[in-house]
Design a protein around this ligand. Structure first.
Ligand SMILES: [Zn+2]
Length: 122
């Protein structure tokens, strides 16, 4: 009878059900469009892609380079422009998108993609 519905993207619950054009998760209350592809939305400004300072789309695990000097609280020198940041992780921040990363000698950082640039690959 029912076709298999995708699990909840928020909590991975398998007990999702359809409500009109939406899918609903009974466990966390999340609702999302059943038609799936975000390509249908006209809102190109929020296509979900996180871009660096020059417009390259960033992805989890990317290596980026810091493009401007950054002050770091409690650190005497901060981050210099040109510092390589490996294996970034993209997170949804309060004011948009952010990057979680680790920088050698500085430890875990949480900052904006606006200061990063993806090096040319190959
Ligand atoms: Zn859920």
């Amino acid at each position: 009878m029912n076709e298999t519905l995708p699990p909840c993207p928020e909590c991975s619950s398998a007990y999702t059900y359809e409500m009109g054009a939406l899918l609903v998760c009974p466990e966390c209350g999340h609702e999302w469009a059943a038609t799936g592809s975000a390509e249908n939305t006209a809102d190109t400004a929020s296509d979900g892609a996180i871009r660096d300072s020059v417009g390259n789309v960033l992805a989890d695990g990317d290596d980026v380079t810091v493009v401007k000097a950054l002050k770091v609280k409690g650190h005497p020198t901060g981050i210099k422009a040109g510092t390589k940041v490996r294996n970034i992780r993209l997170v949804a921040g309060v004011d948009g998108h952010d990057i979680d990363c680790k920088i050698d000698g500085l430890g875990a950082m949480h900052s904006s993609p606006a200061w990063s640039a993806k090096p040319d690959l190959g």
